[in-house]
Design a protein around this ligand. Structure first.
Ligand code: ZN
Length: 294
């Protein structure tokens, strides 16, 4: 018997990763494209999926985990669009509905971080937890929460990167880099915010540079905020900035100090790296593709 096959799209602001898989352990093919314009890049992804389908057999559905913000309301006329993004040329671009039309397959669509959170909760570091949160710390900061198996959606998807942490006492001179809020978490602790202050990435700065403790402290503020709101069993931290040596431990230590032992879980157990490594995003596409058929 042939296993059902799914088409996966991890749509990032700098690159798209596409793939065909039957399960997390059975990824048949992948490819990547630079994110240029919606027409070129979504077009390239659709063409690749069509060609991959003829090589591998018919697909059952497609899952797209996309950079945002995106319209997730199926009732809305612009469902599946990327909405008001700061990425040039991509605002109000039709994405999921176009893929659905061109491939004539059901499309599961959510944010990149909700997709990664879903994959981690199902197959990775968040398994068996009633609530798990995935946060990426990179070019931007974004997070998704899975609550009893489902991504948290309100009027839209969460925007966890835009919470407002207190200012670190040794970091009062920087206005912050978020075009909307200045010194929100993303404006203070994302890759571009780090470069704007110190001229290089966190991993390029000497291990004893104060930036390490400052960034860890901001991320720890987010951790205790998330614990205060929903006591997640796991807060999974991914993204390029989290690749900085020792950063995960610094966040744990800082969260431990800020939490004062008040929250249920120990930071060492709660704050973890992605269990699926750099596949969390693409496997988010798999989880979304499966769920649209459920
Ligand atoms: Zn902001």
């Amino acid at each position: 018997m042939n296993l059902p096959l799914y088409g996966l799209v991890e749509a990032g602001g700098t690159k798209f990763v596409v793939g065909i898989a039957a399960s997390p352990e059975d990824i048949r093919e992948t490819a990547r494209f630079d994110t240029i314009s919606p027409d070129e890049t979504i077009g390239a992804a659709v063409s690749w999926l069509k060609a991959a389908q003829s090589r591998n057999g018919a697909l059952s559905s497609i899952g797209i985990a996309s950079f945002g913000p995106v319209q997730l309301n199926r009732e809305a006329a612009n469902w599946g669009h990327i909405t008001s993004t700061t990425k040039a040329g991509w605002s109000n671009s039709d994405f999921a509905a176009r893929v659905e039309r061109e491939l004539r397959l059901p499309v599961g669509f959510d944010t990149d971080v909700n997709g990664a959170a879903l994959a981690e909760s199902r197959w990775g570091a968040g398994r068996a937890q009633p609530i798990c949160v995935y946060v990426t710390v990179g070019t931007g900061i974004g997070g998704g929460a899975i609550i009893h198996g489902k991504p948290l959606h309100g009027l839209s998807h969460p925007e966890m990167g835009h919470i407002r942490p207190p200012r670190h006492p040794d970091d009062l001179g920087f206005a912050g880099s978020c075009p909307f809020h200045g010194d929100c978490l993303e404006g203070l602790a994302s890759g571009p915010a780090i470069k704007a202050r110190w001229g290089m990435s966190l991993s390029e700065l000497a291990p004893d540079h104060p930036a390490h403790e400052i960034i860890a402290w901001y991320l720890a503020q987010m951790v205790v905020t998330l614990q205060s709101i929903m006591e997640p069993g796991r807060i999974i931290l991914g993204g390029g900035v989290m690749g900085t040596p020792q950063l995960l431990d610094r966040v744990r230590n800082s969260a431990s100090e800020l939490g004062k032992g008040y929250f249920i879980g120990k930071p060492q157990e709660i704050i973890v790296s992605p269990g699926l490594g750099d596949k969390a995003g693409l496997l988010g596409g798999l989880a979304l593709a499966k769920d649209i058929l459920a």
